[in-house]
Design a protein around this ligand. Structure first.
Ligand code: BES
Ligand code: ZN
Length: 619
């Protein structure tokens, strides 16, 4: 049951008094978003127009957000999410000032910005500035870029950080089109998750996203950036020194888009470009529409880590076209995407590589699940009193994907593919809940396959802990080869006697996980002398090796490279295991704290939050 609209004063008082997290107990509505103050059932924002100036000196974006909305309840106020923003004034119809109140800040959700509307209002303009410590934004000094000459700015909105740089209804159930005017200093090029104009007068660049998207996909980056075309509709942006290497690494992007279109239906976003960011970017990739943001740590020189591109591209269907309605439904974004990613990899690079990547992922899922709390095993997870980030594990990704694989296995690929294509078509540009997905799956696929329907224990998959016993297994011949060499190594064979001819990255990763735990310092040295893992140019291999050495109590073996790694790379997936391993032994912890004291200011808030907790760091 929805709460009735309150008169503005009462609403403002209520929001002010309890800027705390909502609970599902407030409403039986499955689509209630616990992580937003917004009341889109009363007033729903439909379009956002940003007008911002980027001030790198003060590390602030200032200007205004013009919000158009539909008034479902004509008496209701417009309630926005705003976190750590300096709200200067709000105007309505005729640029007349409007009354507003800003509630106290909840540490996780930020404040509710309630705006009193007049009858004629169909839009408001919020004049505001961001704060230098806005959680979504990372303002990099020139020293943190490759070129070293210009500063850099990047945003990361998912899951609930867009409200720290734009006041809006920050819920994935609310979709908006957007446009933007961005002013920045000369020499810099802003980019957004939108179509961009080719020409900028007066360093003012214009953007337009004409498809309705959830707020977490509004993204901005700005720096010294250069472009290389990869095909008619695909290209890559990066700092000048890296752009050629990126163009080579990602030369298969068009083939991936074409494969994805064959599988999932037309690509609906116009261009598909990649933006390769400085190494402090906290994620591997982020599926910002039209413009995937990516870490430079996937530029390995041999295209071995491009599954990440397949993943972010797949989000153009699963996530961006059909979006999780709340963060409890996050697995709908990521589980579908991991499944689709692997189908793209299979289409472009063949079944052997896809199979190998699936088996490695499943092994990782099982390793991680053993350390998670039971609630974190659940696909449709309970987030009452928790932030979306608490559920960020490989469960929504890999268990989600295994669920879809299982359905595919039961009904056959032809039927499954037809359903999936129809799923994206039927729900294009909408936000959906887990229940809606299950209803569609049942009515449009399982109803026609009674044996599959009977065999599938949906509740175990969606609401259960652990991995259901019917989770599909993968048996990769390429990994069996590695496992044999691991056995020989463990049996005492010398490193240089191992047959590692032609191994691909995934095989090396498997080898490290099998060979290192339990090995003596001397044997780790022997491995490194033979295979030079410490200096590997492949960041996944290097990371795995560094972590294993620390875990083995042999930090000193890799100290130089490890500190360089921690001081330049801000990708949380790497930092978390490395700092966690370092936190085990007191002497490693002391060393890690020294490194972190120097590295911390160069990490994005997303990584800082995680590492602070691991090291018991008091800012
Ligand atoms: N959308 C995610 C990143 C994300 C999820 C950011 C939740 C914030 C909150 C993105 O698509 C992703 O999954 N990235 C992965 C790479 C992928 C290949 C598994 C990453 O960054 O590691
Ligand atoms: Zn993803």
């Amino acid at each position: 049951m929805r709460l009735p609209a309150l008169p503005f004063v009462l609403l403002a008082a209520a929001l002010g008094a309890c800027a705390t997290m909502r609970s599902t107990a407030d409403s039986p509505d499955a689509a209630l978003d616990l992580h937003s103050h917004a009341r889109p059932h009363e007033v729903r924002v439909t379009h956002v127009a940003l007008d911002l100036e980027l001030d790198f000196e003060r590390k602030e974006a200032r200007g205004s957000a013009y919000l158009e909305f539909e008034r479902l309840d004509p008496r209701a106020a417009l309630v926005l999410d705003a976190q750590n923003l300096a709200i200067e004034r709000v105007t309505g119809h005729g640029e007349e000032p409007r009354r507003f109140t800003l509630s106290s800040e909840d540490p996780l959700l930020g404040a509710a910005l309630a705006i009193e509307l007049e009858p004629a209002d169909r839009a408001v303009r919020v004049h505001y500035r961001t704060r230098p410590d806005a959680l979504a934004l990372q303002w990099l000094d020139p020293a943190q870029t490759l070129g070293k000459r210009h500063p850099f700015l990047l945003s990361q909105g998912q899951s609930i950080l867009t409200r720290t740089w734009i006041p809006l209804q920050d819920s994935p159930s609310v979709r908006v089109t957007y446009e933007a005017r961005i002013r920045c200093p000369a020499g810099l090029r802003p980019l957004m998750s939108a179509e961009s104009s080719a020409f900028a007068a007066d360093q003012t660049w214009r953007f337009r996203q004409s498809k309705p998207i959830p707020s977490y996909l509004i993204a901005l980056a700005c720096g010294e950036l250069e472009f290389r075309a990869l095909s008619e509709r695909c290209g890559v942006w990066a700092e000048p020194a890296l752009v050629e290497a990126c163009a080579r690494e990602f030369e298969d992007t068009e083939a991936m888009v074409a494969a994805a279109e064959r599988l999932f239906g037309p690509y609906r976003w116009g261009r598909y470009d990649l933006l390769v960011l400085p190494p402090s970017f906290p994620f591997g990739g982020m599926e910002n529409p039209c413009m995937t943001f990516a870490t430079p740590t996937i530029v390995a020189g041999d295209k071995s880590l491009v599954a990440l591109v397949a993943h972010e591209l797949a989000h153009s269907w699963s996530g961006n076209l059909v979006t999780n309605a709340t963060w409890r439904d996050f697995w709908l974004n990521e589980g579908f995407t991991v499944y689709c990613e692997n189908r793209i990899m299979e289409a472009v690079y063949g079944p052997q590589r896809a199979l190998l990547e699936r088996e490695l992922a499943r092994a990782e899922l099982e390793r991680e699940m053993a350390e998670l709390e039971p609630w974190q095993h659940v696909l449709h997870c309970e987030l009452d009193g928790r932030g979306p980030d608490d559920a960020f594990t490989s469960v929504p990704y890999e268990k989600g994907a295994l669920f879809l694989r299982r359905v595919e296995e039961l009904v056959g690929r032809t039927a499954f593919d037809a359903w999936m294509l129809g799923w994206f078509e039927r729900h294009a540009f909408t936000s959906v809940t887990t229940d809606e997905m299950l209803a569609d799956l049942d009515a449009r696929l399982l109803a026609m396959h009674p044996a599959a329907r009977a065999a599938l224990d949906l509740r175990a998959w969606i609401d259960g802990t652990g991995l259901p016993s019917d989770a599909p297994r993968s048996d990769s011949p390429l990994l069996r080869v590695v496992d044999r060499e691991v056995e020989r190594w463990k049996g005492g064979a010398a490193a240089r006697a191992l047959d590692t001819q032609g191994w691909v990255t995934g095989q090396w990763l498997r080898f490290l996980l099998g060979a290192c735990p339990g090995a003596s310092a001397a044997r780790l040295r022997e491995l490194d002398a033979t295979f030079a893992f410490t200096h590997s140019g492949n960041r996944e291999i290097q990371f795995q090796w560094l972590e294993l050495c620390v875990k083995a109590g042999e930090r000193e073996l890799v100290e130089g490279e490890l500190s360089a790694f921690l001081l330049t790379i801000g990708r949380r997936k790497f930092l978390k295991p490395l700092y966690a391993a370092l936190a085990v032994r007191p002497e490693d912890l002391a060393w890690a704290r020294e490194i972190y004291a120097r590295a911390r200011s160069g990490y994005h808030s997303v990584s800082v939050g995680t590492v602070d907790e691991l090291l018991g760091w008091k800012p």
